[in-house]
Design a protein around this ligand. Structure first.
Ligand code: PLP
Length: 400
């Protein structure tokens, strides 16, 4: 009997669940974009936007999704014919590289595979080999949303510094911003790429770039940038009209204001990170139990220290992941993420992977609810699984 009627839950790694408060803040007629409330609100919003990335430097807002923000970062950092070094730990690293290559930048990819974090030493080796300093920037995803690998950004910074190489460090934090601990200035990150529809709990539509003084300086001499993508007026301009390269994303800004108030002023950023970490541990505990009895169920990332806190990629063999996803959606009102980049959609193995999104406006009962419906689905479908997952999840939820 289908039991899906009721409030559904989209537990994919973005777009994430938007709080009613955020949606309601957006539900209004268009405001004046020349003066008054919107202009004042946006000016006050910029410092909060910097706080969410833990920086005192610069932020530029774009009407764009993550791909647009990637392209904006590329356009400001590089000239045609430049070189970049990219550490890939899953599909999203490769996606960033593909766009950059099409823009005329030569990308040296160090591929760490689909189930391991980047090794900072190999990045340092590549920089040491670049004796004439042709590499402009090192690019890395903080959390790769396909593999759920989490990279150690401070260790990568330290590795870069150990070589004396002047390359910028650019981090795709689209899946980690507002979920995982992220400290731009303390960690020495030059460029952070973000988007609105993940940890920031908004609908898709805004892309963000936080950039350092060093990145700003380097961008004075690059030639790929076109007027719309130029981060200089957006990030360092003093007039409201400079922030958006055209009409402001009016409604998204009201939603963003509400979301930042919830994150920074009400819950607190450190607590937001701690909540994501605890909910992630809860999900991992369930999978560890399911992996028992030779079920073949496994988390994609073996090392807990290399797992993102906002998304969990896992394997359920023999097409179990695909079958479970379908069951959850039609019978239980829960939608899980597809296994992205682990196998081609045409390959049978594609149905062996899924992802659980636990990013943004997510709490204990939502996470336990997903895990309990997964357990029910495994029972209904006869998917072999180890016992005790819900017990383990409850224990992880209340443990420290
Ligand atoms: C979602 C995501 C992207 C792509 O963002 P879009 O808004 O879908 O273009 C890029 N990188 C990471 C790490 C992501 O999680």
């Amino acid at each position: 009997m289908p039991l899906a009627t009721g409030r559904s839950y989209l537990a994919i790694p973005g777009p994430s669940v938007s709080p009613e408060r955020v949606l309601n803040a957006m539900h209004r007629t268009a405001p004046n974009i020349y003066e008054g409330e919107l202009v004042d609100m946006t000016r006050a919003l910029i410092p909060d936007l910097k706080r969410v990335a833990q920086t005192d430097q610069h932020v530029a807002i774009y009407i764009a999704n993550g791909h647009g923000a990637w392209e904006a970062a590329n356009a400001n950092m590089f000239s045609r014919g430049d070189r970049a070094l990219l550490a890939a730990t899953g599909r999203f690293g490769h996606g960033w590289a593909e766009g950059l290559t099409r823009m005329g930048v030569t990308v040296d990819i160090i591929d760490f595979g689909k189930a391991a974090p980047a090794d900072p030493e190999r990045i340092a080796d590549a920089l040491r080999a670049d004796t004439d300093h042709a590499i402009r920037a090192v690019l890395v995803t903080h959390v790769d949303t396909a593999s759920s690998a989490r990279n150690d950004i401070p260790a990568i910074r330290a590795a870069i510094d150990s070589t004396g190489h002047p390359a910028l460090l650019a981090v795709d934090a689209i899946a980690s911003l507002g979920c995982d601990e992220l400290r731009m200035d303390d960690w020495g990150v030059d460029v952070i790429v973000g988007a609105s529809q993940k940890g920031l709990m908004l609908p898709p539509g805004l892309g963000f770039i936080w950039f350092s003084d060093k990145a700003l300086e380097a961008s004075q001499a690059t030639d790929l940038v076109t007027p719309y993508w130029d981060w200089k007026p957006r990030g360092t301009g003093t007039e409201f009209w400079q922030y958006f390269g055209g009409t402001a994303p009016t409604h998204h800004l009201y939603g963003l204001r509400e979301a930042l108030t919830m994150i920074l002023d009400e819950e607190g950023l450190e607590q937001v990170w701690a909540r994501h970490r605890q909910l992630a541990r809860t999900v991992w505990a369930a999978f560890d139990a399911w992996s028992g009895k030779d079920s073949g169920i496994a988390l994609n990332m073996a090392d807990p220290a290399a797992r993102g806190w906002s998304v969990t990629a896992a394997r359920i063999p023999n097409g179990g992941a695909g079958a479970l996803r379908r069951w959850l959606e039609t019978e239980a009102g829960v939608t899980l993420g597809i296994g992205l980049g682990m196998a081609l959609p045409s390959e049978p193995a594609y149905q062996d992977f899924l992802r659980v999104g636990h990013m943004g406006h997510v709490n204990a009962h939502m996470t336990l609810g997903v895990l309990a419906t997964m357990e029910a689905g495994m029972q209904a479908l006869g998917i072999a699984h180890g016992p005790g997952a819900l017990d383990a999840a409850a224990g992880a939820l209340v443990g420290d």
